[in-house]
Design a protein. Structure first.
Length: 265
């Protein structure tokens, strides 16, 4: 889920997952572990770009490297690689498709264009559920730390497309849900019980806070490219793209979610 199947062209890559005891029951969630993995990896790409005075999009493309097939099964340290229940031979990890959605979404967002003061663009990409999704978010942070999202662009390569309208709705919904999770998504515990019981105590994004405009771009394929997931993979790249945009707009680096009041602190 974006961990041992990290597609970056890095000569020596070591992945560790420390054991953490769960103190409450854990259930399924949309995109599952792709959300924290994408956030960690894609925000670090932007941090590396900033530290080396590189453009974040160019840094991302450089790390992805040349078009090739990445096969985690060839690593002696990867045991029982899970490819979302489908054969790797049919659904390989193809960095050409990963690069393709990055380049497409950046072009559609007019990456590098001048923006108003305290506005910034952030970019992130992730492969999950056999599909490739890249997202650019425009964030605005005013002097008081108030966050708004004027625009979102998402490019998706899900192989052969049967119902484009459904894909558009799933990606648009991912932007709303992704924003809600990044900004508010938190459950706290007290005396062994969750403090949030319903939407009166668990905040979600309302219509006046949601991204003002979301555009979706589908990479066209013929029937020879197998169709892949569209219900879950739109979510993982949103939070890192948003937080990368927040840094571009305000200089404030978000390393812990939810964002909450970190921008006004």
């Amino acid at each position: 889920m974006g961990f041992v199947d990290n597609p970056f062209d890095i000569a020596n890559l070591r992945c560790e997952n420390g054991e953490a005891e769960a103190h409450t029951r854990i259930g399924w969630f949309r995109s599952v572990s792709n959300i924290p993995h994408a956030f960690a990896v894609q925000t670090m790409v932007a941090e590396i770009a900033a530290a080396t005075n590189r453009d974040p999009k160019e840094m991302l493309l450089e790390l992805i490297g040349k078009p090739r097939i990445v096969d985690p099964r060839k690593s002696p340290d990867v045991k029982d690689f899970w490819n979302y229940g489908d054969p790797f031979e049919v659904y390989p990890i193809d960095t050409a498709r990963l690069r393709g959605v990055v380049e497409l979404v950046a072009a559609k967002a007019d990456w590098g264009k001048p923006l108003p003061p305290r506005h910034g663009l952030g970019i992130a990409v992730h492969r999950s559920f056999l599909s490739y999704i890249a997202t650019v978010v425009e964030a605005a942070v005013d002097e008081k730390g108030t966050l708004t999202v004027p625009r979102v662009w998402t490019a998706i390569d899900a192989g052969f497309v049967v119902n484009p309208e459904r894909i558009h709705s799933q990606m648009e919904g991912s932007a709303v849900m992704g924003y809600a999770l990044a900004r508010y998504g938190e459950i706290t515990f007290k005396n062994g019980r969750a403090e949030q019981g319903n939407f009166d105590t668990y905040k979600v994004t309302r219509i006046d806070e949601s991204p003002a405009r979301t555009q979706v771009f589908i990479v066209p394929h013929g029937i020879d490219v197998p169709a892949s997931g569209v219900g879950e993979p739109g979510l993982p790249p949103f939070a890192p793209a948003l937080c990368n945009a927040i840094f571009a707009a305000s200089g404030k680096r978000i390393r812990r979610l939810p964002i909450g009041d970190q921008l006004s602190a």
